[in-house]
Design a protein around this ligand. Sequence first.
Ligand SMILES: CC(C)(COP(=O)(O)OP(=O)(O)OC[C@H]1O[C@@H](n2cnc3c(N)ncnc32)[C@H](O)[C@@H]1OP(=O)(O)O)[C@@H](O)C(=O)NCCC(=O)NCCS
Length: 617
Amino acid sequence: MHYIVLPLVATETVYSFFTDSSEKGSHYITRNRTPFLIGLTTLTIYRHLLTPFSQSELSYTEARLPGLWLVEVSNGELSFLFQIPLNPISPRPAKMPGSVPANGEASWPKDVGIVAMEIYLPSQYVDQAELEQFDGVDAGKYTIGLGQAKMGFCSDREDINSLCLTAVQRLMERNCLSYESIGRLEVGTETIIDKSKSVKTVLMQLFEESGNTDVEGIDTTNACYGGTAALFNAVNWVESSSWDGRYALVVAGDIAVYATGSARPTGGAGAVAMLVGPNAPLVFDRGLRGTHMQHAYDFYKPDMVSEYPVVDGKLSIQCYLGALDRCYTVFRNKIHAQWQKEGSNKRFSLEDFGFMIFHSPYCKLVQKSLARLVLNDFLSHPNPNTESGIFSGLEAFRDVKLEDTYFDRDVEKAFMKASAELYNQKTKASLLVSNQNGNMYTPSVYGCLASVLAQNSPQQLAGERIGVFSYGSGFAATLYSIRVTQDATPGKFVCSSLDKLTASLCDLKSRLDSRRRVAPELFAENMKLRQETHHLANYIPQGSVDDLFPGTWFLTQVDEKHRRQYARRPLNENGPLEAGLVHSTATQHIPSPAKKVPRIPSIAEGPETVVISNGEH
Ligand SMILES: CC(C)(COP(=O)(O)OP(=O)(O)OC[C@H]1O[C@@H](n2cnc3c(N)ncnc32)[C@H](O)[C@@H]1OP(=O)(O)O)[C@@H](O)C(=O)NCCC(=O)NCCS
């Protein structure tokens, strides 16, 4: 008998090890109750990763990985002993650190916030400089004027259900989570397909094998704000008397597409899944949310058969900036009240945020928004120093009124200049995903959070307060703050939850770089196809499946009753299929929305295909 330590490079690694039947009979471990049948090749590939169990031999790199697994080898049989707790998430279902006591009495859990995060971005993009040329606008309008470099987009193979399926399942897999450990699942989206039927209920198919149907939460919609509302619901639940000790999971996802014209370059797509629980590395500050909600028709989707919004671009900018002013004022008042209670008369300013992130419809608006917060600090300061420091030379603007300055060029220019250094320090890094992928709507601000986590070390993040401004047209907005844990232990053997969170996102840039560039002509054709086929019954998508990233869920067909079916690309390109591919054989004429002709689906599904649908089971 001997012991070996298996570093968990990815969830499938562990599964492949345990499930190799030729090595150990029928033995397998199914923590998610999902047996993955993976062959000997995979085992051989990962065999070199097995290291004799010796603490001193564990390298730092290994320690940063999601977990280490102690395995007993006896008489050719492998058995799982325990996981060395490098993972913030216990592999045991249902309970976790900070769970409610056994007597069921709810105690207020400590440090509730984001424990783990997963971001999904489409595998293809259009270059904004090429799009400027294609659209016949002046060079620089999209790239400099809006600050956008690339725009991710989906073919007709992806919809809101598939985006959320992908993000949720990857989060569960990468963090070795059992579906039984989730007690609440919230979806924030403004991409509506089935109207009365939620995306959340579609996602419940992922839970079926676990048998866990005791999962609260449902979809929340208000333009780009739905993700934040969903996240607040999750945090509130964990902090409430309703909490049963399990994690909450939040997924924000959208496909942001616009009709041809000035708004089209501000599109994008993606999904962010977040695990919410106590003892989190990113803790929600209690009592510090500044909210502003108001009625406006700046952006809305009244056309039920179109994916496109009706948008009043200039009004939306005015609403966004107005909401920012109001939320910041409320937030500042609340933090002053907290500080006063603690006996401090300190004034809050932007300097108190280590990072400041914003909902990003396009990057230039975010840069202007940071400048706007400096304007707010300046105007609210009883006696600003205009001789030196950040407000130097700004005395001419002392009497301006916020509501008169949304499009005031002089104010904008002066405060953009004054805030340039703060922007570089606190906000610029957060725009990685936004600049490279565009506006994702609900996940946009969480893509900014992921960008910050991906580009800063745990030591740089530890103890910082992150300001978060979330805006959704119509309109609803909140400015709130997240406190990063002090514990940045990089861990030779046991690393901090913050270290694990940042490590899980450290490949963000390479994921963005690995996407496929598509010519604007093809992008435009794709948009036309989506436009013409959106909400058709009896539809078989035409987009390539091979171009999707491994592990991506995709739409295989919409049947005559608009029921959708999905399949998943395998996670390991070289490994056996986890979910079979369904290759579309669609050559049929696609009826217009006005002439929906019921037809029998002509889809060939191989024996290995794993398909889920949102229809009847
Ligand atoms: C944002 C939106 C209104 C811009 O469309 P538009 O009116 O055609 O764009 P503009 O003419 O204002 O040009 C955009 C910027 O590029 C600048 N620009 C134009 N041509 C340029 C060029 N050749 N080089 C550099 N900059 C250029 C403009 O000066 C403008 O900058 P400014 O905002 O600092 O004034 C439009 O994309 C939209 O409606 N988007 C969707 C809604 C949205 O994102 N709202 C945001 C709040 S939620």
